[in-house]
Design a protein around this ligand. Sequence first.
Ligand SMILES: NC(=O)c1ccc[n+]([C@@H]2O[C@H](COP(=O)([O-])OP(=O)(O)OC[C@H]3O[C@@H](n4cnc5c(N)ncnc54)[C@H](OP(=O)(O)O)[C@@H]3O)[C@@H](O)[C@H]2O)c1
Length: 220
Amino acid sequence: MKIGIIGAGHIGGNLTRRLTALGHDVSVANSRGPETLHALVEETGATAVPVSEAARGAEIVVVTIPLKKAPDLPAGVLDGAADGFTLIETLNYYPQQRDGRIAAIEDEGLTESRWTERQLGHPVVKVFNGTYAQDILDKPRPAGAADRVALPIAGDDEAAKKAVRSLLDELGFDTVDAGGLDESWRQQPGTPVYGLAAGTDAVVAALAAASPTRPPEFRG
Ligand SMILES: NC(=O)c1ccc[n+]([C@@H]2O[C@H](COP(=O)([O-])OP(=O)(O)OC[C@H]3O[C@@H](n4cnc5c(N)ncnc54)[C@H](OP(=O)(O)O)[C@@H]3O)[C@@H](O)[C@H]2O)c1
């Protein structure tokens, strides 16, 4: 598959590593330009591109940048993606450490993914937001393995979620459908499932135990 990755840091870098290893055709971009991604290109065989070209022809696009940077992406950044492409986002809102206060999230009560979707202008599927970057490399297991980790996914577009579940299976993870985007607070920072590396039953229980009240450490 042709996959575009916007963000080449901890998560974007490790997704580039795994997806190229699986034989996918990966284009990857950061904010500073393709010439700064030489080492990742050498290591993985991915193609480094300007951010405006990352989505070109892609069946799956992954946006994995600091949440506060989402509005900085160039207009039309997703133009040229394949018809019916799936958009994954991994973003978390860290108001105190990184992102500053965002009123639409804290006062209007938009989920972090709904806010992100509005910045990107295309339906998103939320996944990997509670997964340590290193776990993308260390935790993959074959289907059926007793210690296979399950990751929650949320989104409103069932076809896109199906595509993501299939990709996650290929990457070595089970998935748990956590519902639509307005339910995605169940997997935001500070919830029981956030950072959990466990199987399906534990993830289902953790999602059910989540509270919609934003913890104080994740308020700006
Ligand atoms: N680290 C984790 O374990 C983890 C786990 C789950 C979810 N997350 C979430 O996933 C997102 C990415 O996390 P990360 O740890 O991978 O971040 P990171 O290591 O700080 O990397 C961020 C990447 O985004 C790029 N970027 C920033 N602004 C951009 C722009 N306007 N256009 C294109 N690229 C841009 C950066 O490029 P430059 O370096 O060129 O600026 C960098 O490659 C965050 O929202 C984070 O909260 C992280």
